[in-house]
Design a protein around this ligand. Structure first.
Ligand code: MG
Length: 161
């Protein structure tokens, strides 16, 4: 068994009209956009780093530098798929995933199952192997001031049978 953790943060930009942010591969409607070179999906970025970390394969920025125009606006599912393909090549598969999103708004409770389902599909695991938690920052720090969104991810990798 191998264990990996990942973290990611992106700046939030308030919008006049309702836009959407990508979380775990799902578009969540809200009055914010995420400042990012890719689609800015903090959940998938943290999870990709967790998978890479479990296998000591460096980090997402090493494999997908934001200086590469080819990564502009890129779907973060691609990053996770790459990490999982490397894992498979080395004989490892995802056992379970636990993620936490730090965000003041919107509330994620009504989107949680959609996000878990999306992550489970991307990772090739059952829904009950994917946990998603959401926390506010009680008005404190960049998350509390609605200037940032953050995500933590932990993953257990198990040997492929
Ligand atoms: Mg990121």
């Amino acid at each position: 068994m191998r264990i990996g953790i990942g973290f990611d943060t992106h700046r939030l930009i308030p919008t006049i009209r309702k836009e959407a942010i990508a979380l775990g591969g799902v578009k969540i409607p809200c009055f914010y956009q995420i400042e990012s070179h890719s689609d800015g999906d903090v959940v998938l970025h943290a999870l990709t780093d967790a998978v890479l970390g479990a296998l000591a394969l460096g980090d997402i920025g090493q494999w997908f530098p934001d200086s590469d125009p080819g990564n502009a606006g890129r779907s973060s599912g691609d990053f996770l798929s790459f990490a999982l393909a490397e894992a498979k090549r080395l004989g490892w598969a995802v056992g379970n995933i636990d993620c936490t999103v730090h965000l003041e708004e919107p509330k994620l409770a009504s989107h949680s199952d959609a996000i878990r389902t999306s992550i489970a599909q991307l990772a090739g695991v059952e829904l009950q192997c994917v946990s998603l938690k959401a926390k506010t920052a009680e008005g404190l720090g960049p998350v509390g001031e609605r200037k940032a969104i953050e995500a933590d991810a932990a993953v257990v990798m198990i040997p492929l049978r």
